[in-house]
Write a protein that binds this ligand. Structure first.
Ligand code: PLP
Length: 408
């Protein structure tokens, strides 16, 4: 480990600071630090007006806050232009926007959409819909049982028929980072565009959309400590410019007549209706908080906690970790099954020790089918978790089979 990662910053998070909750469901949503909650509160105390509309001072302040947030996001993901950053509700809406606006208009009979087998349902269902409406064919990029997508699999799956590759940078079940730069290079050689789902990776990997050369990227603010209901769609300007709007309504137009409309320039063409300005302000505060702690620090500490937990789980009989055999490929996510114990029971028993984990198919049913189970339990970590969190979790986990009536 290159840096000292002893500080958890747990005291910055009121929900954790003021309780004995062991929060290990960070892949579902992250906790919010004081600075984010205060930024949202301050917006409503001091700056609340409908942004992008009024010409009075308060409305201009609200607009300024929204645009400052856009600039902050642009720098955070290293986009080339601010207008490539579009506010949405979250990853799900962002991907639906791409599918509806790009997929429905630029795909046709026989074209291929390639998604990986480990996608979250929000990066499957929109493409199933596009395929069913356009005659395009939906194909799957396979991984091995450890979650690895090999170079050979990439070379074989991407062909001149491929028009869109939509893939997660980091699986929400396996925690493994996918070789996005490699996929993008191959996709571009065949004339396809790449949509990257960064919902899970955004908190673990420094995202640089220009270096990765992805054409679209989506993430949700709530996974990086900002409020729910705010998310980002990044798209290359030349693509966004040729796409029609997804939603139609207020503030996304230049002019409207009885029969027609001229749409606004980017990014407003894709931001119909009142923006979630307080959410955007919260997102800006979250990114500033991340910058103050450092992505590298957060990542290294998460890896340290992941390893600690991974090694401890490996010592408990009858528990099977899903995915890679080494903890470094788990990036804060450990999914597992326990022989003869249903994941819902696991989650409920852990809850009695105040441990919060997720159980189910994690909105990734094709992956679960491929790996041979219906559901599993997932513990997921952030830098604000502590060694005590892991100890409580492991202690409770170790006793589950006995509690369910098994001898060991
Ligand atoms: N993609 C991945 C990999 C996810 O893990 C999630 C949520 O867990 C999503 C997409 C959907 O995010 P949201 O529900 O915030 O739109």
């Amino acid at each position: 480990m290159s840096i000292n990662v002893n500080i958890s910053h747990r005291e910055d998070f009121p929900l954790l600071r003021d309780s004995n909750i062991v929060y290990l469901d960070n892949a579902a949503t992250s906790q919010k630090p004081d600075c984010v909650i205060e930024a949202v509160e301050e917006f409503y105390h001091k700056h609340n007006a409908n942004p992008l509309r009024g010409f009075y001072e308060l409305a201009m302040l609200a607009t300024e806050q929204l645009e400052n947030s856009r600039t902050t996001v642009k720098e955070f993901i290293n986009a080339k232009f601010e207008e490539e950053v579009i506010f949405t509700k979250g990853t799900t809406e962002s991907i639906n926007l791409i599918a509806n606006s790009y997929g429905m208009n630029f795909l046709g009979e026989g074209d291929e959409i390639l998604i990986s087998i480990m996608e979250h349902h929000c990066n499957i269902l929109p493409w199933q819909f596009v395929a069913s409406k356009t005659g395009a064919v939906l194909k799957y990029l396979e991984c091995d049982m450890d979650g690895l997508i090999s170079d050979t699999a990439i070379e074989e799956a991407i062909t001149d028929k491929t028009k869109i590759v939509a893939i997660t940078q980091l699986s929400n079940v396996l925690g493994r980072e996918n070789p996005i730069a490699r996929i993008t290079k191959t996709a571009h050689e065949h004339g396809a565009i790449v949509v990257m789902d960064a919902a899970q990776s955004v908190v673990h990997v420094k995202i640089d959309v220009q270096a990765l050369d992805v054409d679209f990227m989506a993430f949700s603010g709530h996974k990086i400590m900002s409020p729910m209901g705010i998310g980002i769609l990044y798209g290359k300007k030349e693509l966004l410019n040729k796409m029609p709007p997804f939603l139609r309504g207020g503030e996304m137009i230049e002019s409207v007549t009885r029969t027609d409309a001229v749409f606004a320039q980017l990014p407003y063409k894709f931001e119909a209706g009142t923006d979630n300005a307080s959410g955007a302000v919260g997102l800006m505060a979250a990114i500033n908080y991340i910058n103050s702690i450092g992505m590298e620090y957060m990542h290294e500490r998460t890896l340290m906690l992941t390893k600690m937990c991974f090694d401890a789980i490996c010592k408990i009989p009858h528990i099977h970790i899903i995915g890679a055999k080494d903890s470094n490929n788990h990036n804060g996510i450990i999914s597992f099954t326990i022989d003869n114990v249903h994941p819902h029971d696991v989650s409920q028993i852990l809850s009695e020790s105040n441990v919060c984990v997720r159980a189910g198919h994690h909105c990734a049913q094709p992956l679960c089918d491929f790996l041979g189970f219906k559901s599993c339990t997932r513990a997921s970590f952030m830098f604000y978790n502590t060694q005590e969190d892991i100890d409580t979790f492991i202690k409770s986990l170790s006793g589950i089979r006995k509690m369910m009536g098994y001898g060991d």
